[in-house]
Ligand binder design. Structure first.
Ligand code: HEC
Length: 101
């Protein structure tokens, strides 16, 4: 019984560790250029969250070069980042958590 419990606990923490959290994706990949609530090199997450959908955010992060014209930019200087689907999903949810803030 005790062994099963320990095993389940270990398994649970392993699964937890693999689900990327939006804040850490932000700190790893976006922080140098974006800030949650202030305009930095790139627009603030509050600004983005108030005008874009989740699909738009994910598409932009996936390939800024394919999206910048549609978003109204004359050029793009944002780096093309290699995020996993789970990281992409987590960062889009994280940005959208700033909607209305
Ligand atoms: C090298 C700096 C840089 C990095 C790193 C970067 N960005 Fe950007 N980002 C920009 C700039 C500058 C813009 C403005 C348009 C452009 O140049 O593409 C932008 C634009 C965007 C937009 C579109 C804004 C709009 O008009 O709605 C989104 C969404 C975005 N960034 C998300 C992210 C996310 C999420 C990350 C991290 C995973 C990230 N960016 C990393 C610089 C960066």
């Amino acid at each position: 019984m005790k062994k099963t419990f320990v095993f389940l606990l270990a398994f649970y923490s392993l699964v937890q560790a693999q689900v990327p959290d939006g804040k850490s994706v932000f700190e790893t990949y976006c922080w140098g250029c974006h800030h949650q609530s202030a305009e930095a090199f790139g627009p603030a997450f509050t600004t983005i969250a108030n005008k874009r959908s989740k699909e738009e955010i994910m598409a932009y992060v996936l390939e800024p070069k394919a999206m910048y014209k549609a978003f109204g930019y004359k050029r793009t200087v944002m780096s093309q980042l290699k995020l996993s689907d789970a990281e992409l999903n987590a960062i889009a949810n994280y940005i959208l958590s700033y909607k209305g803030k």
